[in-house]
Design a protein around this ligand. Structure first.
Ligand SMILES: Cc1ncc(COP(=O)(O)O)c(C=O)c1O
Length: 414
């Protein structure tokens, strides 16, 4: 008789031990339980407005009402999702006249968020070549390794950012990728890198493209913050260039942040193939993979998004709201960097102002992160990632003082 037998029946779950809670969820729970009025949440990666709320965008509310009023059925849409959503996304990401679209080499399917796109993309890579290595940046978003690794793909890290020096490790990145094998996949954040806020310049993108071509590496671009850096077109410029320069590419798109559709799970996977007939073959695999994981993507978020993309007034409203979110984060970056400059008497925190998107790495050891949380009620993830959307005009000076004091206290001999 096996030790995990209950009443003579083998217990299926007996061998499963309790896992450690997800670090970010644990941090959220600690923040909620903290009674301090001064507490500041720079941890969880969602946009916040000046009241600390993650708002439903006005354009989303309006589109949602129209969607509900027009809805006559809840029947399935299709494994590929809504056609009008897919073609609008493809146009928004690649641009209306991109060669890959003109040559019918691009195919897009709606997915449950950017995570769904990353996972379907990983499964597609595995279906095509199970021994593929995927190179991810060091550091990268914490969910990249489980999303891609769970498909059984081998993951390797390429150097990307020096957190202590607050600079890209671009030469080291090229050097490492230079050693990649032909057919390896390289996951690159298309803009607003999470967690560093440090993006490649256009000349660096060009060098990466040269390397992808020369070493025959396949780009997998993660576009989760389109519109949070400059604007929709500028933030997709690198994606467009890459997709124009190589025969094959994957692009994971998310509308969680730029449309605030987080819980509606709205995203897309674009796959660019060598030619039209190969694209058709690839699409048939993508659809089979989707069927085998979740069968059909959720419709509500994509229906809202498609309405916004198609309607002139809703779209204009969205662009204005997107610009407001982007500008608020930029202002808060400047505000925090300014306070840090005056409290520290140094420009060593100016990188916060020049980086893009929601995140920056403070670049301090986890002991300083603990001190910030325990003594100052300022919460960030243990790698010292700050969500700048958690900064408000009323707390920026307090956060700056807390950071400088915590770093100084750490340096003092005990
Ligand atoms: C880098 C990156 N990629 C992809 C995603 C996917 O987001 P979602 O699945 O919520 O659309 C996120 C969300 O935080 C992200 O930060």
């Amino acid at each position: 008789m096996r030790p995990w037998t209950i009443g003579g029946i083998d217990a299926l779950f007996q061998q499963l031990n309790r896992l450690n809670p997800d670090a970010i969820l644990g941090l959220m729970a600690r923040y909620r339980a903290d009674p301090s009025e001064r507490k500041v949440d720079l941890g969880i990666g969602v946009y916040r407005d000046l009241t600390g709320n993650t708002p439903v965008l006005d354009c989303v509310r309006r589109a949602e009402q129209e969607v509900l009023a027009a809805q006559t059925t809840k029947a399935y849409v299709a494994a590929a999702g809504r056609e009008e959503f897919n073609s609008a996304v493809e146009e928004m990401v690649l641009g209306a006249s991109h060669a890959a679209r003109r040559d019918r080499r691009a195919r897009t399917v709606q997915t449950p968020g950017g995570c769904g796109a990353l996972r379907v993309g990983a499964e597609l890579i595995r279906a095509a070549a199970p021994a593929t290595t995927v190179h991810v940046s060091d550091p990268t978003w914490g969910n990249h390794p489980p999303l891609l690794g769970s498909s059984g793909l081998r993951l390797e890290r390429y150097p990307y950012y020096d957190a202590a020096a607050h600079t890209l490790r671009f030469d080291a990145m090229l050097e490492r990728l230079e050693q990649g094998g032909a057919g390896d996949v390289v996951l690159i954040h298309a803009c607003c890198h999470n967690p560093t806020g440090a993006d490649l310049s256009s000349s660096q993108w060009q060098q990466v493209i040269d390397l992808l071509q020369r070493r025959r590496l396949i780009p997998f671009l993660d576009l989760a913050y389109q519109g949070f850096g400059e604007d929709l077109a500028a933030d997709a410029a690198a994606v467009r260039l890459v997709a124009d320069s190589v025969p094959e590419a994957l692009i994971a798109v998310s509308f969680s942040k730029n449309l605030g559709l987080y819980r509606e799970r709205t995203g897309a996977l674009i796959v660019v193939s060598e030619n039209e007939s190969r694209a058709d073959a690839v699409q048939s695999h993508v659809l089979q993979i989707a069927r085998s994981i979740y069968s059909m993507p959720p419709d509500h978020g994509a229906a809202i998004a498609a309405r916004i993309f198609a309607d002139q007034s809703l779209r204009q409203g969205w662009l204005a709201e997107l610009a407001a979110m982007r500008n608020r984060i930029r202002l808060m970056r400047a505000e925090l960097a300014g306070h840090l400059r005056s409290v520290a008497g140094s420009d060593c925190f100016d990188f916060i102002q020049s980086q893009r998107g929601m995140f920056s790495l403070l670049g301090v050891p986890s002991s300083v992160v603990d001190r910030l949380r325990d003594e100052h009620h300022v919460y960030m993830t243990s790698d010292s990632r700050m969500n700048l959307a958690g900064i408000m005009p009323h707390n920026a000076a307090y956060v700056a003082r807390s950071i400088v004091e915590s770093i100084a206290a750490q340096r003092r001999p005990a």
